[in-house]
Design a protein around this ligand. Structure first.
Ligand SMILES: [Zn+2]
Length: 261
């Protein structure tokens, strides 16, 4: 699906699929993201690039207390104006928001995802958020501060003492992925550059701007561009996590990204 990264060889296979699908449907043209799931509001945006004049229906789904089966929370329409959407979508009226009352939902802990409804079925929008009752919405896990004590190879590359923070490159929209089939439909264990992805190390970037091998700093972690994604364009990064759960927990975060000296 458009929503996810294509890795290595699968990029070719996916590209072919996209062309075939796009030839007779609008399936592949929907883009969007879940931007926030907080105390009282769930919001995001969705746009059909081929029909930017149309409003996309979006279904919000929740996984409750670790359930593997999502439940529909509500259907909304992405027709609200958001200034930052005017670039990618002519009229900018492609945002959605939903006033949520968590207390009315059974359960304690929720993972929220959003799906655009198209004629051909549902397309998952970028990002997901975790919300836990009685606590503030857990949307920010500082990049690189994942579970401690992981002494495996996945922890390599963390907190590089010799790296110096360079110039601020900007505020990037960052998402997260793992190598599961949800994140990478025709998943492979290797990155686009042929490496084995590593936690706190591997990121996907727009390699026309940040070529493979480029080092980028988020927090105190130095990441290396090793992968690509079909929607990872411009100031967007996709951060690799070893498990889908961690990727889900990361959600979508706007973070400062620095060059490395
Ligand atoms: Zn995954």
């Amino acid at each position: 699906m458009k929503a996810r990264v294509s890795h290595g060889l699968s990029a070719v296979i996916l590209a072919v699929c996209f062309v075939l699908v796009a030839a007779f449907s609008s399936f592949a043209s929907v883009d969007g993201a879940l931007s926030e799931a907080g105390e009282s509001v769930i919001s995001g945006w969705a746009v059909d690039a081929e029909h930017p004049d149309k409003s996309v229906p979006v279904v919000l789904c929740v996984y409750t207390d670790g359930s593997k089966e999502p439940q529909e929370l509500v259907k909304v329409t992405a027709d609200q104006y958001r200034t930052d959407l005017t670039n990618s979508a002519a009229n900018g009226k492609h945002a959605f928001s939903y006033q949520v009352d968590w207390d009315k939902l059974k359960g304690q802990s929720f993972i929220i995802e959003a799906y655009a409804e198209t004629d051909e079925g549902r397309v998952r929008l970028y990002g997901s958020f975790r919300y836990t009752k009685k606590e503030a919405a857990v949307t920010v896990v500082a990049a690189g501060s994942g579970p401690a004590g992981d002494a495996g190879p996945g922890s390599k590359g963390k907190a590089d003492d010799t790296a110096k923070r360079g110039a601020l490159l900007g505020i990037f929209e960052t998402t997260a992925y793992c190598t599961c089939t949800q994140c990478c439909p025709n998943g492979t264990a290797l990155t686009y550059s042929g490496t084995v992805p590593q936690a706190n190390h591997t990121i996907s970037a727009d390699i026309t701007k940040y070529p493979l091998g480029t080092k980028l700093m988020i927090g105190d972690v130095v990441y290396t561009v090793e992968d690509i994604g079909s929607t990872i364009v411009g100031n967007r990064l996709d951060i690799y996590f070893p498990t889908h759960e961690e990727a889900l927990a990361y959600g979508v975060q706007s973070v400062e990204v620095y060059a490395v000296e």
